[in-house]
Design a protein around this ligand. Structure first.
Ligand SMILES: Nc1ncnc2c1ncn2[C@@H]1O[C@H](COP(=O)(O)OP(=O)(O)OP(=O)(O)O)[C@@H](O)[C@H]1O
Ligand SMILES: [Mg+2]
Length: 399
């Protein structure tokens, strides 16, 4: 620590004792309070010295990394006066191996990736209801979505897909999807139905608020999670792959439909959370050049994941509001590392992650096995793929 500039002047008592013993007083160094061994290296708990702060250590991570000869060093502030320093011994994201023991499954919380410090990255829909996933072609967006679908398929959650690549990414999972649209026309109808479903849910919440004489104060709720379990509607996760396709228009007539569709998406993003409707929006770029409404929609998507991008402007679309360093990190992702991304963290800051690779047939098999768990939502029944159109066998992986 001393070599890395993290020591301080010795205390007066030390100077006095050293003077009495005719020695040079040693500089004060931060104290190691706890040490924990993990699969990836060590986690240290350090009591910092008076006058120091988190930023001193954050700035020294590169020096510490070389001094301790570790692959990476990460610092996190704990309670005042204490820091957690993670020493990672090797490149965790080279081959992503998810921990064998995952945390107990929680509704709408799915482990999807590993962070570069070895921690598990969870997609928590209740903490961050809507998310934007961007990345250049072949950067790993669809695999990230597959991981999410695999995790959600086993939960009592309705999955709704809009896949403007003619359904090639999401159709193999149709058995578990409550609805699937793969043309902009179908998507427009589906979004209308979802907004109507959201309105119905709000009506339900309002009706349950009742606020009659007999209603106890703790029973009043402003979202579906406060409703009794027997009337609570199933949460809906709307997955949109290649969102830019929804914005494209060929002629003037399309423009009206596009504007209406974008407005419906914005309404879902603004009001969906309380009705347990969540969005996962995926695209190669997501800027104002897509057309009116794009920036308004982007502003509503709190969660940000940026895979490898071709230019800084694309990274800025996702991470510009989070950190300049995060933007730089997203532009430096190597082509031979698909699935690597930079994410904005709920706790503030950002991290590098890499999703666990899951093949198309693996997820298709999970969806076929869990098809019976698809919640029945009457409004979406018309958008469910009919058995005659479904593949009989989970399709073989084509990527
Ligand atoms: N986490 C990962 N680990 C290893 N390989 C991955 C990972 N994620 C994606 N890949 C590989 O990268 C390639 C592209 O992945 P994917 O189809 O998800 O990209 P994409 O961003 O959706 O591309 P497009 O925009 O063309 O749809 C695939 O061949 C896949 O096998
Ligand atoms: Mg894709």
């Amino acid at each position: 620590m001393e070599a890395c500039g993290l020591s301080e002047q010795p205390s007066r008592s030390r100077v006095f004792v050293a003077g009495v013993l005719d020695r040079v007083p040693a500089r004060a160094v931060p104290k190691l309070r706890r040490i924990r061994v993990t699969r990836f290296g060590l986690v240290l708990r350090i009591k910092i010295l008076p006058g120091q702060d988190f930023l001193d250590y954050d700035a020294a991570t590169e020096r510490l990394r070389h001094a301790w000869r570790t692959h990476d060093v990460y610092v996190r502030a704990l309670k005042p006066g204490f820091l957690e320093v993670r020493l990672v011994g090797y490149d965790v994201l080279r081959y992503v191996v998810m921990p064998r023991k995952l945390p107990a499954a929680e509704l709408l919380k799915v482990p999807v990736a590993l962070r570069s410090d070895g921690a598990l990255h969870l997609r928590d829909f209740r903490a961050s209801p809507h998310e934007l996933v961007i990345g250049a072609t072949e950067s790993g967006k669809s695999v990230y979505l597959r991981g999410l679908i695999k995790g959600l398929a086993t939960q009592p959650v309705a999955l709704v897909g809009i896949d403007c690549k003619w359904g090639v990414e999401l159709a193999p999972f149709a058995r578990r999807l409550s609805a699937l649209a793969y043309t902009p026309e179908d998507a427009a109808e589906l979004l209308d139905v979802l907004v109507e479903e959201m309105v119905q849910r709000y009506e339900l919440i309002r009706a349950s608020q009742g606020l009659g004489a007999g209603v106890a104060v703790e029973e009043i709720t402003s979202d579906v999670w406060g409703l009794p379990e027997d009337v609570r509607p199933a949460p809906i996760v709307l997955i949109v792959d290649e969102v830019a396709e929804l914005f494209l228009i060929a002629n003037k007539a399309d423009e009206k439909r596009r504007d209406h569709m974008v407005t419906q998406l914005i309404r879902l993003a603004q009001l969906g959370r309380a009705a347990a409707i969540y969005l996962e929006v995926c695209g190669q770029r997501f800027g104002s050049d897509l057309g009116s409404g794009a920036t308004a929609l982007r502003a509503q998507l709190t969660g940000r994941v940026a895979h490898r991008v071709n230019d800084e402007a694309s990274a800025k679309m996702a991470l510009g509001d989070i950190s300049v360093r995060a933007v730089g990190a997203a532009t430096q992702i190597a082509v031979e590392r698909p699935g690597t991304a930079v994410v904005g963290l709920l706790s503030g800051g950002w991290a590098r992650i890499r999703s666990a690779f899951v093949s198309l047939d693996e997820v298709a098999a999970v969806c076929a096995d869990t098809a019976h768990r698809t919640p029945y939502i009457p409004a979406l029944a018309d958008f469910r793929m009919q058995p005659a159109v479904l593949p009989t066998q989970p399709s073989k992986q084509t990527v």
